[in-house]
Every structure is written in C-alpha cells, then in structure tokens.
Design a protein around this ligand. Structure first.
Ligand code: NAD
Ligand code: DAU
Length: 357
C-alpha cells in the first residue's frame, strides 16, 4: 500500500493481548506513522480487540503466519517497512508443555524469518530502521522465594520451559543479527502483564471467568509462586518510550515492582469479585481448588527496572489493586467478548490435561 512519506511500522501479533494495546497506542498517538498489524489470528488473536481503531486511516491489517518464509519475505519487499515491533508468539507456558513444537516454530523460526526479511530490505541502508523484539523475563529462569534478588538486563539466561527456551532462542537470534549483520535492534524483557483483552487461559482472566461461572479456581501446587504484575497499558507505554528513545543494540528490563504470591493475589481477586458481583464475602474463595503443580513451575519472577527508569524516565503508573479493579470491570462489561473467545472448542488447560489431586 502507498502511504506516501509516512513512516511504516509492522506490529506483529497486534491482534493479541499486549499487541492490541500497542497498536491502539501507536495508531492514536502517531498519525504520522502507518501501522500494519501482521497477525495469523491464532486462538489468541482477535480483531475484536481493535474495533475502535480499525477504521483509522493510518491502520491496516494483514493476516499472515510469520512461519511462512516466502509470504513474509514478499510482504516486506512489497511494503518496505521502516520498523518492526515484534510481539507475535505462542505465549502460554502450559500449552508449551503440551506442544513445544508450535512454540519452536512460531517463536524461533517465525522470528528468524522476520529478521531475514528485515536484513534483506535494510542491508546497506539501516538508517532510521529498527527491529524491536518484545520478550519476557522468563528467559532468566527462576529466583528463589524470599530472596531480594531481581532479574536485570545482565542476568544470565536460564530458561526452563519450552516457552521460555523458545523466547530465549529468539532473543539470541535478534542479538546475533545485530552483531553479524548490523541490523538495528532493541529487546525488552517484561514481567507478567494483566488487563483488558487477555485470553482467559492466563491466571487473572481465567479466574475472573471461572468465578463468573461458579467454576473451581485451580491453584497450581501450594500457590506459593511469585510473579511481578504490570498493567498492560503501562507495558505498551514502556514499549513506546523504548521504541522512540531506547539505544540501539540495548536490552531493557520492564517490570511492575509489584510481587505477589499467587495465593495472595487470588484472595484479593476473590474479595474484589464478591464485591463487584454483590455476592457474600467468601463466595469466590470457596471455589479455590489446589491441583497438581505445573511441571517445572518457576518459583519467582521479579524485575529490577531501574535502567529503564534512570535512562528513559519510565515508571509504572497504576497501583495493583486499582489495575485489578479496572481489569475486573472490563471483563464484567465485556462478557460478550469472553463468551466469544471461550466458545467453540476452548477449554482451560487444566480441564483438558490435569487430574485433580
Ligand atoms: P497473545 O498470546 O495474547 O497474542 C499473541 C498474538 O500473536 C496473537 O494475536 C496471535 O494470533 C499472534 N500469533 C501467534 N502465532 C503467530 C504466527 N505464527 N504468525 C503471526 N501471528 C501469530 O500474547 P501476549 O500475551 O499478548 O504476548 C505478546 C508478546 O509479549 C509475546 O511475544 C510474549 O512472549 C511477550 N510477553 C508477554 C507477557 C505476558 O504477560 N503476557 C509478558 C512479557 C512478554
Ligand atoms: O513473566 C512473563 C510471562 O508471564 C509471559 O512471558 C507469559 O507469556 C505469560 O503467560 C506469563 O507466564 P506465567 O506462566 O507466569 O503466567 P500464567 O498466568 O500462566 O500463570 C501465573 C501464575 O499462576 C503461575 O505461577 C502459574 C499460576 N497458575 C496459572 C494458571 C493458568 C495457577 O496457579 N493456576 C492456573 O490455572
């Protein structure tokens, strides 16, 4: 498509949870850019996430699989993008335990295809170009419970699930293309996101959906694992800041400075759900069911995001309880969305694969 002198940015995975928030932010904030959302629309991709921006003149969508080498190569040659923000991935740890190859294909082969396409069209003229790779803190492995250590940009890689290993491999490929071919890249590694439009297989939306339908809340193991939660809009904001002001070749760790043991988070969620649904306090908590632990379950993730704060001035904007209230309000106001994405063959990983203890 001819977009004149507009800077052209391909956002992969833009129909997914985080990608849709990044697309919305960029389309609304930067009318001088043309945003192309490139997405295969897997079970996790939903164009309904973007109804409010789909008619914007600086937005377009292309349905494409990043594993399709020829398709990606032809598309890049035709569009000549100035930048790529790469979010497309298989993203759920439990699914990666069940089907690692899907993760290796999309996260590794798909990322390699995008890098090769960028290299082909940018080589010899890298000026103003950027391949921004959105990654995860899970590449760093697991911290001990009760420790005060944090993941930082220079923490050695130690991925422990097929998902995190595939993301670690994709990070290595991105750096290798920077060092070997001079492709301008930036990587960010973020902690657990939550907020509107998250597919109800991840802890928070799954539990909201289950409370709504009076289904049990499957807590893996003892519920003692710790995650560092960040509101998705804050993550999108960090990506915007890093994309525009981050240093090429650098890595930025992004986190909420907001550690919660799963069971404490679940108790808070249950309390807020009872409040919002006008149910007696304790109703939701009664749905908690301790189930067999996730295989290889990482104990604790926590991010030291001081590089991003000190160099680029980014800070999370939202307190966790406020973010959780907004998230619950969104799911309650969008039961149709929940219905849409959970209809058909979708059942939770636990329902499909685990036996209750
Ligand atoms: P998601 O599962 O909600 O969305 C993934 C999107 O990628 C979907 O729209 C899907 O259709 C698309 N996609 C999947 N395979 C594809 C393929 N082969 N070709 C083209 N499109 C494909 O994921 P998310 O939670 O929004 O995560 C987005 C990115 O952020 C991922 O790279 C993930 O690793 C990373 N990340 C996620 C979190 C989190 O807490 N969710 C935290 C840190 C980093
Ligand atoms: O840290 C960043 C990562 O966060 C992202 O890279 C991943 O894409 C994203 O899925 C997320 O991974 P987690 O495995 O931490 O998220 P999940 O929501 O699946 O699980 C959060 C915690 O809750 C984890 O300790 C497992 C536990 N859990 C999860 C589910 C789905 C349960 O106890 N019961 C459940 O049913």
């Amino acid at each position: 498509m001819d977009t004149g002198n507009q800077k052209k940015i391909i956002i992969t995975g833009g129909a997914g949870f985080i990608g849709s928030h990044v697309v919305r932010l960029f389309v609304n904030k930067y009318p001088e850019y043309h945003i192309i959302n490139l997405d295969k629309l897997t079970y996790a991709g939903n164009l309904g996430n973007l109804r409010d921006v789909e008619i914007a003149p600086n937005y377009s969508f292309i349905k494409m699989d990043i594993v399709d080498f020829n398709g990606i190569m032809n598309f890049f040659e035709q569009e000549q993008p100035d930048a790529v923000i790469h979010l497309a991935a298989e993203s759920h740890v439990d699914r990666s335990i069940e089907d690692p190859l899907a993760f290796i294909n999309t996260n590794l082969v798909g990322t390699a295809n995008l890098l090769l396409a960028a290299k082909t069209i940018w080589q010899g003229n890298n000026h103003g170009k950027l391949f921004y790779h959105v990654s995860t803190d899970e590449v760093f492995g697991s911290l001990a419970l009760g420790e005060s250590s944090f993941f930082k940009e220079d923490t050695p890689y130690d991925p422990r699930s097929p998902y995190s290993a595939s993301k670690a491999g994709s990070d290595h490929l991105v750096r290798a293309f920077h060092h070997t071919y001079g492709i301008p890249v930036i990587i960010s590694n973020c902690s657990n996101n939550y907020g509107p439009n998250q597919f109800p297989e991840k802890l928070i939306p799954l539990f909201i959906n289950n409370v709504l339908h009076n289904r049990s809340l499957p807590v893996y193991g003892e519920g003692i694992n710790v995650r560092d939660w960040l509101y998705v809009v804050d993550h999108a904001d960090a990506i915007d800041v890093i994309f525009h002001r981050g240093r090429k070749g650098e890595t930025y760790a992004i986190g909420g400075h907001n550690e919660w043991q799963n069971i404490d988070l679940i108790h808070l969620l249950c309390r807020l759900m009872d409040e919002k649904l006008n149910r007696a306090q304790g109703s939701s908590q009664r749905l908690i069911t301790y189930v067999r632990d996730r295989a290889g379950h990482d104990l604790r993730y926590a991010i030291d995001a001081s590089k991003l704060a000190n160099e680029l001035g980014w800070q999370p904007s939202l307190q966790f309880e406020e973010g959780l209230r907004r998230t619950i309000d969104w799911y309650l106001a969008n039961e149709e969305w929940l219905q849409e994405v959970t209809s058909g063959e979708y059942r939770s990983y636990y329902d499909l694969h685990y036996h209750q203890r």
